[in-house]
Design a protein around this ligand. Sequence first.
Ligand SMILES: Nc1nc2c(c(=O)[nH]1)N[C@H]1C(S)=C(S)[C@@H](COP(=O)(O)O)O[C@H]1N2
Ligand SMILES: [Mo]
Length: 425
Amino acid sequence: MSDKRQGTNSGQRASRRDFLKAGIGLGGAVAAGKAFAAEADPAITEVQDWNRYLGAGTDATPYGMPSEHEAEVVRRNVRWLTASTESSVNFTPLHALDGIITPNGLCFERHHAGVAEVDPAQHRLMINGLVERPLVFTVDDLKRFPRENRIYFLECAANSGMEWRGAQLNGCQFTHGMVHCVQYTGVPLKRILDEAGLKTSAKWIMPEGADAAGMNRSVPLEKALDDCLVAFKMNGEALRPEQGYPLRLVVPGWEGNMWVKWLRRIEVGDMPWHTREETSKYTDLMDDGRSRRFTWVMDAKSVITSPSPQAPMIHKGHNVLTGVAWSGRGMIQKVDITLDGGKNWQPARIDGLSLPRALHRFYYEFTWNGEPLLMQSRAVDSSGYVQPTKDELRAVRGLNSIYHNNGIQTWHVTNSGEVENVEIS
Ligand SMILES: Nc1nc2c(c(=O)[nH]1)N[C@H]1C(S)=C(S)[C@@H](COP(=O)(O)O)O[C@H]1N2
Ligand SMILES: [Mo]
């Protein structure tokens, strides 16, 4: 395993080596300021092999794969983070992506007991507890309900959790890559609960997974009846096994842990169950020894994905800065950018769809003369909430936290174009 997979500073050196190998030539010499393109480029006068010979036929790739030149764009682990890969996480390669949709094969994975291998023909979803009629559905039964398509981000509450005590991981894949955004196809949970008939005492639901962790969480009924889905497709095709095939709960804008995968049962009750995942985990220990609990909503957050440590600056002159922003409370109203550590802020351009509880894509075009930069993005959501600095967060939450770190990220660009994770105060 190359040290690149570790996502640490040594990992960053490895990736720089790869850039040199690939002939991009970073080593201190950033390409000087041609406008956008060279006028006389020999690559256009030389006829290449692919311009001369037949390509592969239509039977070569029954399921299409990315170009071999994109082989570096993969999910990556941080080996030292967890004791085993079954109870672990890998990270979305945000630095290499664009738009707001995460391709299925690049969605980060977080499992407590590995990827359950579920046979959809044997799988069932049971609704029990405080209902008039306990019901058991096959996957095909669920596909007979009216279905909806909705685009949502999913962020693990532990995203950026390693950064609470200071800058640590060198790459937005590792600092911010526990987020993905796909289009789900599924049945509103309300339809399914209505079919079972809620008793008047019903106040909470407890979704439960069919994996070895049997993961479960308490979700207030108000949310369940509002916008939750029981999804069976992502980006048009069946859920991937890693994302909960054949059924997953979608809990828009709320922490990823509640989006139970391999969904097998929903119990309806009148009180929360106080499961492991909402007592010893996914709670925030404050400085005074008390814990914040049921911190469900993911607050507004943003990150510059390129330039970033894994996507260094390679040109002087015209440059495109891009990133993503999201909020569990609704839409992103605006994103501001600073290149000088917060002295001056300019609005970024949000391009593409602007949907509630989905990723938003922003761009900021600028000219770089080779001076060092301190780049930050700051998101404001449709509720008026402004993304805080990391120090502002620490002032209210202390230093014991892991979860819900939505502080502003700083990237330091050196005069050779390398980018590093830093903090400024
Ligand atoms: N059944 C089950 N559901 C689960 C988990 C799990 O381990 N088992 N992990 C949860 C956590 S902590 C997160 S952040 C999300 C991750 O979803 P993903 O793997 O699609 O990224 O799934 C949640 N649902
Ligand atoms: Mo999570």
